[in-house]
Design a protein around this ligand. Structure first.
Ligand SMILES: *Cc1c(COP(=O)(O)O)cnc(C)c1O
Length: 393
């Protein structure tokens, strides 16, 4: 079967167990798949757009209500949908960062955070991680202090990852937000790996902005995401257009500048909305997800020479492991070289690991059933034993 002569069917998720870190939280629900088919046409959500002509005011389908629900879901006052977490970052840097302004990021920040800063001419200043790969509040305080001295002014903004993409570690968000606010620095929580998979309470954490990714963690099509903020900050980041055509005198109502007026006008938004009731429920089952992840982590740790690089015990389903002293030893002499591992996994129906990687690699067990997690754990143990690596019980 093919979609078109040039486009193959994609049945990766149907035919395999996928543990690709970036894909597992974005798999569509069946309801999203239905919405995607029904709303696939371009500007499909605009059928019933009426004055004042803005996406977040549309009542049919219930887009306005969805915006309220989204804000509540992340514990904030106002929310907008955006084309990916990165566009949420960009809206915030576009509002607060001027050319030459220092902006605090972390040693574990994602490239999209850096690019959002670069886009407006800001100067990234990283908070170092500690030797456990955690971003701590004391390091944040030191960096803010140092940057303020160097630049003669406080940083314009601080980004902190709720969970980072390298280790899947949780950081000292609440404490960092408290420190930043002592210097009047607004705080953006990057929830790309948390909003939609685990409970997130932005106001509880004391942050000014919560950004989430629809396609990473909310079972939504790409590109989609959410930018939520407090009532105090909403007027700034969601400010409305003030320009006027010099010949025609036209003005543009209540279109929001950072949102370029309207954002997700069709399939992305409807997929996100259709999945939302499921997403809201699934965050309450986060403990089970973490427990399933630990089954695989425990199996890997029992393979001699394997080291888990992420914080222990695991508090997230994304984990980084170093198998330089286990699977990579086999790769040295195996006829398939480093490809032996991914190839052995693929044979067992496990996909989403980088082909050839046997040193340091990541996996994400989010969404696996208990039985699937046990199967993945057993698969790693089996591959180790087949290749003569000892496994402790
Ligand atoms: C994936 C990811 C992003 C980018 O998310 P998009 O929705 O694709 O823009 C940003 N930050 C982190 C930590 C990520 O893991």
């Amino acid at each position: 079967m093919k979609c078109t002569p040039d486009i193959d069917l994609r049945d990766l998720e149907e035919m395999n167990i996928n543990i690709d870190p970036i894909q597992v939280g974005g798999r569509l629900t069946a309801d999203a798949m239905k919405a995607v088919i029904a709303y696939g046409d371009g500007y499909s959500v605009c059928d019933n757009c009426r004055k004042p002509f803005r996406l977040d005011y549309i009542e049919k389908p219930p887009i306005a209500t969805f915006h309220d629900d989204l804000a509540a879901f992340v514990g904030m006052d106002e929310a907008r949908v955006v084309p990916g977490a990165r566009r949420g970052f960009q809206a915030v840097t576009g509002t607060y960062v001027q050319k030459g302004d220092p902006v605090i990021l972390t040693a574990l920040s994602h490239y999209t955070e850096f690019v959002a800063v670069e886009n407006v001419g800001g100067i990234p200043q990283e908070i170092p991680k500690d030797n456990q790969n955690i971003i701590r509040a004391d390091a944040a305080a030191e960096r803010i202090e140092e940057v303020s001295r160097t630049f003669g002014r406080a940083p314009a903004l601080l980004f902190v990852e709720h969970v980072d993409y390298q280790f899947g570690n949780l950081h000292e968000v609440r404490e960092i937000a408290r420190v930043a606010h002592q210097y009047d620095v607004p705080v953006l929580l990057n929830g790309a790996y948390t909003v939609g998979t685990m409970p997130v309470d932005g106001k509880g954490l004391g942050v000014d902005f919560v950004v989430g990714s629809g396609h990473k963690s909310m079972a939504a099509p790409a590109p989609s995401g959410v930018l939520a903020t407090t009532a105090e900050r909403a007027g700034e980041v969601f400010r409305t257009t003030q320009v006027k055509g010099d010949i025609t005198g036209r003005t543009f109502g209540i279109k929001e500048v950072e949102m370029m007026g309207c954002t997700l006008m069709g399939v992305t938004l409807m997929g996100m909305m259709a999945s939302f009731p499921h997403v809201r429920e699934r965050v309450n089952r986060w403990d089970e997800e973490v427990a399933n992840g630990r089954i695989v982590v425990d199996a890997l740790r029992s393979i001699e020479g394997t080291v888990v690089k992420s914080e222990m015990p695991r508090r997230h389903t994304l984990t980084r492991v170093d198998t330089s002293a286990s699977f990579d030893r086999i790769a040295e002499t195996h006829k398939k070289r480093g490809f032996f591992l991914s190839s052995a996994l693929n044979k067992k129906g496990i996909v989403g690991v980088i082909p050839g990687a046997t040193k340091v690699w990541k996996f994400n067990t989010y969404g696996l059933s208990r039985a699937q997690a046990e199967y993945v754990a057993a698969a790693y143990l089996g591959i180790a034993e087949e290749n003569g690596i000892s496994v402790s019980s």
